[in-house]
Design a protein around this ligand. Structure first.
Ligand SMILES: *[C@@H]1O[C@H](CO)[C@@H](O)[C@H](O)[C@H]1NC(C)=O
Ligand SMILES: *[C@@H]1O[C@H](CO)[C@@H](O)[C@H](O)[C@H]1NC(C)=O
Ligand SMILES: *[C@@H]1O[C@H](CO)[C@@H](O)[C@H](O)[C@H]1NC(C)=O
Ligand SMILES: *[C@@H]1O[C@H](CO)[C@@H](O)[C@H](O)[C@H]1NC(C)=O
Ligand SMILES: *[C@@H]1O[C@H](CO)[C@@H](O)[C@H](O)[C@H]1NC(C)=O
Ligand SMILES: *[C@@H]1O[C@H](CO)[C@@H](O)[C@H](O)[C@H]1NC(C)=O
Ligand SMILES: *[C@@H]1O[C@H](CO)[C@@H](O)[C@H](O)[C@H]1NC(C)=O
Ligand SMILES: *[C@@H]1O[C@H](CO)[C@@H](O)[C@H](O)[C@H]1NC(C)=O
Ligand SMILES: *[C@@H]1O[C@H](CO)[C@@H](O)[C@H](O)[C@H]1NC(C)=O
Ligand SMILES: *[C@@H]1O[C@H](CO)[C@@H](O)[C@H](O)[C@H]1NC(C)=O
Ligand SMILES: *[C@@H]1O[C@H](CO)[C@@H](O)[C@H](O)[C@H]1NC(C)=O
Length: 707
C-alpha cells in the first residue's frame, strides 16, 4: 500500500513539475537558485556565475540540462551588464507582458520591452533551447533564437536580412569564464547581399567562410559514432538569407559556436567520453587566416598539410617561400593585348568581389571580358535554394585576388591571363592537335572509322546556326540543340561551352566511353566534332526530353502513371548495372540525376551525360579525387565530403532518384524545407513512422483513383 502511494505521489509530482517548470508567468518569476527546465528536459534557464571570477557576477543564461560536467552555456541575456553580489536578481513578466531582469537594488540590467497592451504573457523555454515570449493569443513577440550570443543551435535560423539591413552576429566570450562580449564575432553583411559569413577580430576580417554558390542543402555530414546525419540548409529569398542546421536523430546534441580565441567550431556531444567533440572548425590551418596567402595565391585545403599555392599562370613573389607575400603574373597583362580566361576549379572564391545583378553566365563572362580592369569572374545559379526575383550570381573581381582557397566543395572561377606568344601559336594549331590526339588515342585506335566525324559547317546548318528556337536544354557543361540533317534525321547536338569545366579530358572521356557502350538504357552517341575551340557531341534525339521535365512539372507529372514510373526505374537500374558490372569495364557515372535521364518515344529511360564518368580497373573498388564534381543532394556524403567514390556513389544517387520518382519531389524542394531539410530526411521520417506510403506522389494516387 505504501509503495502505491509513493508511486502515485511521484506521478503527480513529476507531471505537475513538467507543466509548470518550463514557464515563467506574471505570478511565477525566476529567482536566484531557481531553474526552469524545458518540457523534454533538454535545456535549463537560470542564473549562473563563475567561482573563479573574483567579483561573482551573476548572469541569466540557458544551458544544456542533461549532460554531466561543467555547464555548457548556449545563451546569455545580460552578458555586458552582470548583476553584482550581494544584489539578488529576479526575472519577471510585467503587467504589460514585458520580460524584465531586475536586481534588488532596482537596476534593470536586461529587458525585453514590446509595449504589448495586454497582460497574461508567458515566457516558455522550448526543448530546442529557445526562450520565447508569448502573448495569450499565442503570438510570439520575442525569442532568444533571434538574439544569439555565441552559439547557433539546430533549428535556429542564422539570418541576414537585406531588406531590414540587419544581420545576426555571434559574439565570442571574452575568456573561458567570462561571458562579456569579446573581440571576435561572426556575421554576414546586411548592406550588400554578398552571401558570405566572416569571422572578425574587432573590425578586421579574421577568417572568411566560402561564398554561397546556391547549394540549398548540403550533402549531409555523418556524425561519427552516431546514426545521425547533420544537414545544413541555406535559404535565400533575395530579401533575406539564412542558414539552419537539422539533425536526422534529435538525441544527438550539436552546436556551432565561436570560441573566445575566434575559432568557429562545430561540436557534438560524445556520450562515450562525456565531452564535446569538434567535427568542423574555422580556422583550422594557418593559411585559412584571412588573406594570409597574399595576392593571387590560395590556401590549398585539398592537401594533407594545407599550404599556400600560386594560381595557375602566376609565380611566387620571392621564389620558393611565398607565404604571405603572394604571387605575380608570369606573363604581364596589358589592356588591348590578347588575353583569355583560364578556368580554376574547386575554388573558395576570393574576397572583394562585385556582385553584378541579373546576368546569365555568358553575360557575366562578357561583363568581365570587356573591362580591362576585370581580373576574374565566377558564376552561379542560386535558384535551387529559394524563390528569388534574380537567382543569378555573377561575381567579378578587379585588381588583386585575395583570400582564395581550394577545396573539394569549391566552385569554378575564371581568371584572366595574357596570351603568351607560345600559347597563341599552340591555340592556332589546336584543331590539328586535337584531331591528332584522337587518331592516336589507344581507345579509339582502329575503330575511328565506326565513329563518324561531322563537319562544323554541317552542324551549323543542321541547327540553323545554333538558333534559340532549337535549344533543347542546358546541361552542366553547355547547351543542347536540336539539329536536322538532310531534312529528316533529327539529332541532339551538345555544344560544350568554351569556359565550361569540361575541357579536353572530359570531352575525351565522354567520346571514348560512350563509343564503347551499347545498351538500350544508355543514350547513343552518333558522332563528334572538334572545330577550333568548339567541341560538339551528336546524340540520338529523345523526343520526350528528360525525366525532370515530367517529374517536377505540375501538369506533366500526371502523364507519369505508376507503370511508367516503374518502367523508368527498372530501365535506369539496368543501365547502371550494365555500367557497373555487365560491360567490359567498370564505369562510375558520378552524375546520375533526373535531368540526365532522357526519355525516348516509348518512355524508355536513357542515361546520358558521361562527361564526369570514370573507368575503374578490374581490381579497383574505390578512388579518391580532389575535384568533386556532380550535383549536391545526389552525391553520397563520403564523396561530397572526402572525394571518395566507388560504384556505391552511383547507387546512392540512384536511391535519391528513386525517392524523387516515387514522390515527385525534388531532392531539395524548397517547399519541404519548413519541416524537413531534405527529401531524404522526409522519407526517413515517414518510414520510421510507418507511413511510407504517404511519400507516393499524389499525381500517381489520383491516377489510380480515377482509372
Ligand atoms: C570588481 O568590481 C569592481 C567594481 O565594480 C571593479 O572596479 C573591478 O575591476 C572588478 N574586478 C574584476 C577582477 O573584475
Ligand atoms: C499589475 O497588476 C496587479 C494586479 O494584477 C496590480 O496589483 C499592480 O498594481 C499592477 N502593476 C502595475 C505596475 O500596473
Ligand atoms: C515602447 O514605448 C516606449 C515609450 O513609449 C518607447 O520609447 C519604445 O521605443 C517602445 N518600444 C517598442 C518596441 O515599441
Ligand atoms: C586581433 O587583432 C589585434 C589587433 O587589433 C591583434 O593584436 C591580435 O593579434 C589579433 N588576434 C589574433 C588572434 O589574430
Ligand atoms: C567512437 O567510439 C569509439 C569506441 O566506442 C571511441 O574509441 C572513439 O573515440 C569514438 N570516436 C568519436 C569521434 O567519438
Ligand atoms: C525528438 O524526436 C522524437 C521522436 O520523433 C519526438 O517525440 C521529440 O519531440 C523530439 N524532440 C525534440 C527536442 O525535437
Ligand atoms: C570596369 O571596372 C572598374 C572596376 O571594377 C569599374 O570601376 C568600371 O566602372 C568598369 N568599367 C566598365 C566600363 O564597366
Ligand atoms: C533581368 O534582365 C531582363 C532583361 O535582360 C529583364 O527583363 C528583367 O526584368 C531583369 N530582372 C530583374 C529582376 O532585374
Ligand atoms: C575495335 O573494334 C574491334 C572489332 O570491331 C574490337 O575487337 C576491338 O575491341 C575494338 N577496340 C576498342 C578499343 O574498342
Ligand atoms: C513521348 O513522345 C512521343 C513521340 O513524340 C509521343 O507520342 C508521346 O505522347 C510522348 N509521351 C509522353 C508521355 O509525353
Ligand atoms: C509542416 O508542418 C506544418 C505545421 O507543423 C504542417 O501543417 C504541415 O503539414 C507540415 N508539412 C509537411 C510537408 O509535413
Amino acid at each position: 500500500m505504501a509503495m502505491r502511494y509513493i508511486a502515485i505521489f511521484i506521478l503527480l509530482f513529476s507531471s505537475s513539475s513538467c507543466k509548470s517548470h518550463d514557464q515563467l508567468t506574471h505570478a511565477k518569476p525566476l529567482t536566484h537558485g531557481d531553474v526552469f527546465i524545458s518540457n523534454g528536459g533538454g535545456f535549463a534557464l537560470g542564473f549562473f556565475s563563475y567561482p573563479t571570477s573574483s567579483n561573482a557576477s551573476l548572469y541569466l543564461g540557458i544551458w544544456y540540462n542533461n549532460i554531466p560536467g561543467p555547464r555548457t552555456i548556449v545563451w546569455v541575456a545580460n552578458r555586458d551588464n552582470p548583476i553584482l553580489a550581494p544584489s539578488s536578481p529576479v526575472l519577471a513578466i510585467t503587467n504589460s507582458s514585458d520580460l524584465v531582469l531586475s536586481d534588488s537594488q532596482g537596476h534593470t540590467p536586461w529587458a525585453v520591452k514590446k509595449n504589448s497592451t495586454g497582460a497574461g504573457g508567458i515566457a516558455v523555454l522550448l526543448d530546442e533551447g529557445n526562450l520565447v515570449l508569448r502573448l495569450p493569443n499565442g503570438k510570439i513577440t520575442w525569442q532568444s533564437f533571434d538574439h544569439p550570443t555565441d552559439t547557433v543551435l539546430p533549428k535556429m535560423r542564422f539570418l541576414v536580412s537585406y531588406k531590414a539591413k540587419v544581420a545576426m552576429r555571434l559574439v565570442a566570450w571574452k575568456g573561458p569564464d567570462d561571458p562579456s562580449s569579446g573581440d571576435f564575432s561572426c556575421s554576414g553583411d546586411p548592406s550588400s547581399p554578398d552571401l558570405q559569413f566572416v569571422t572578425w577580430n574587432k573590425t578586421e576580417p579574421y577568417c572568411r567562410l566560402t561564398v554561397w554558390s546556391g547549394k540549398s542543402v548540403s550533402g549531409g555530414t555523418y556524425l561519427t559514432n552516431t546514426s545521425s546525419v547533420l544537414y545544413q540548409t541555406t535559404v535565400n529569398s533575395g530579401d533575406e538569407f539564412y542558414v539552419t542546421y537539422t539533425i536526422s536523430d534529435n538525441s544527438t546534441l550539436m552546436r556551432l559556436m565561436i570560441d573566445y580565441t575566434g575559432k568557429l567550431k562545430y561540436l557534438r556531444w560524445n556520450r562515450h567520453t562525456s565531452s564535446w567533440a569538434i567535427f568542423g572548425e574555422h580556422l583550422s590551418v594557418p593559411c585559412e587566416l584571412y588573406a594570409s596567402c597574399g595576392p593571387f595565391s590560395y590556401c590549398d585545403f585539398t592537401q594533407i598539410t594545407p599550404a599556400c599555392q600560386c594560381v595557375d599562370g602566376f609565380e611566387p613573389d620571392d621564389g620558393v617561400n611565398f607565404f604571405s607575400k603572394g604571387c605575380h603574373r608570369q606573363e604581364a597583362l596589358k589592356c588591348g593585348k590578347q588575353s583569355h580566361f583560364a578556368p580554376l576549379s574547386g575554388m573558395k572564391v576570393p574576397d572583394n568581389f562585385l556582385h553584378i545583378r541579373n546576368r546569365s553566365l555568358d553575360e557575366c563572362a562578357a561583363e568581365c571580358s570587356r573591362n580591362c580592369s576585370c581580373t576574374a569572374y565566377a558564376y552561379s545559379d542560386l535558384s535551387s535554394a529559394g524563390a528569388m526575383a534574380d537567382p543569378s550570381r555573377c561575381l567579378v573581381w578587379s585588381g588583386e585576388l585575395i583570400d582564395a582557397g581550394k577545396s573539394i566543395s569549391g566552385e569554378n572561377m575564371y581568371i584572366r591571363l595574357a596570351d603568351s606568344p607560345g600559347k597563341w601559336r599552340k591555340k592556332k594549331n589546336q584543331k590539328k592537335l586535337m584531331l591528332g590526339y584522337f587518331s592516336t588515342s589507344k581507345e579509339l585506335e582502329g575503330n575511328s572509322t565506326e565513329f563518324p566525324s561531322v563537319t562544323f559547317e554541317d552542324i551549323l546548318s543542321a541547327t540553323i546556326f545554333f538558333a534559340d528556337s532549337n535549344l533543347l536544354g542546358r546541361g552542366g557543361f553547355g547547351k543542347v540543340y536540336k539539329g536536322t540533317f538532310e531534312g529528316e534525321n533529327v539529332v541532339a547536338v551538345k555544344r560544350l561551352s568554351q569556359n565550361s569545366g569540361q575541357g579536353t579530358v572530359e570531352f575525351r572521356n565522354e567520346v571514348v566511353l560512350i563509343a564503347k557502350l551499347q545498351h538500350k538504357n544508355l543514350v547513343r552517341l552518333l558522332g563528334c566534332c572538334i572545330h577550333g575551340d568548339e567541341k560538339l557531341l551528336i546524340y540520338e534525339y529523345q523526343p520526350n526530353k528528360s525525366l525532370d521535365s515530367y517529374l517536377f512539372d505540375g501538369a506533366r507529372k500526371y502523364e507519369l502513371d505508376w507503370l511508367t514510373r516503374f518502367k523508368i526505374i527498372k530501365g535506369i537500374a539496368r543501365g547502371i548495372l550494365y555500367l557497373h558490372q555487365d560491360s567490359r569495364l567498370t564505369i562510375i557515372h558520378r552524375d546520375l540525376k533526373a535531368s540526365n535521364i532522357l526519355l525516348d518515344k516509348e518512355m524508355t529511360p536513357k542515361i546520358s551525360d558521361f562527361g564526369m564518368a570514370r573507368i575503374f580497373g578490374a581490381n579497383q573498388n574505390q578512388a579518391n579525387t580532389n575535384r568533386v564534381v556532380g550535383t549536391y543532394g545526389y552525391m553520397s556524403p563520403e564523396y561530397a565530403m572526402r572525394g571518395a567514390f566507388s560504384v556505391k556513389s552511383d547507387t546512392y544517387s540512384f536511391g535519391v532518384l528513386l525517392l524523387e520518382i516515387v514522390s515527385g519531389l525534388k531532392i531539395s524542394s524548397p517547399q519541404l524545407i519548413a519541416n524537413f531539410s531534405s527529401l531524404i530526411t522526409y522519407a526517413w521520417r515517414l518510414w520510421e513512422d510507418k507511413k511510407a506510403t504517404e511519400l507516393v506522389d499524389c499525381s500517381v494516387c489520383c491516377k489510380l483513383l480515377t482509372s
